[in-house]
Design a protein around this ligand. Structure first.
Ligand SMILES: [Zn+2]
Length: 202
């Protein structure tokens, strides 16, 4: 049973959402992609593959699961380093760019526009039976982010215990949280409690 609902899609870019599959809770890091089933469930949620196809591919990919998962986590790490560098205003490492270009070079297929909540996103759709094509779709989104967005708009959620990253697409660039439902409301509640405590101690 694949579970596409467990992932965070808050990044406004597919490659950030992929990086966000390494999340965290109070106890530490949480890897949401621990099996090829998880990787396929993520691809379903990303609109790259349909559920029935993902279920049938899970049986095939399981035969090469170690290699596929190692490639997924290696690529995710590389993207993560790249976004950390951009977020920290550091120069991009040539080797990360090389890895991205290597993933891009494997892509075959067509671009499609998908509706995500209240906006549209361009996705690259290809024969996703090949894991390389799934990674190439993610690489394509990363290329869009690098080429068409402002790196300073790549932000990290302001909750210290949260590691999620996102592209701030708000008009006045004021987004602070991965989502209001997760960290925004928690921060609001904490601020309210602090104010209440301050009032009571006067
Ligand atoms: Zn957060």
């Amino acid at each position: 049973m694949l579970d596409p609902a467990k992932f965070y899609f808050v990044g406004n870019n597919l490659s950030l959402d992929f990086v966000n599959t390494l999340a965290a809770n109070a106890a530490g890091p949480v890897d949401l992609i621990e099996s090829v089933g998880d990787l396929l469930a993520w691809a379903v949620r990303a609109g790259l593959i349909d559920y029935a196809k993902a279920e049938s591919l899970e049986l095939v990919w399981k035969l090469d699961r170690e290699e596929i998962l190692a490639r997924a986590s290696g690529f995710r790490e590389s993207l993560h380093r790249m976004y950390e560098d951009l977020h920290g205003n550091r120069t991009l490492n040539d080797s990360e760019l090389l890895k991205l270009n290597r993933m891009l070079s494997r892509q075959t297929g067509t671009a499609v526009v998908v509706k995500v909540d209240d906006h549209f996103e361009k996705r690259f759709r290809s024969d996703q039976s090949d894991p390389d094509q799934l990674f190439a779709s993610i690489a394509n989104s990363a290329a869009d982010l690098l080429c068409y967005s402002e790196p300073e708009l790549i932000k990290k959620c302001e909750n210290d215990q949260c590691v999620l990253m996102f592209l701030d697409t708000t008009k006045n660039h004021s987004r602070r949280w991965c989502s209001m439902a997760n960290c925004g409301n928690r921060a609001k509640a904490a601020a309210f409690y602090q104010r209440k405590k301050a009032r009571e101690s006067v």
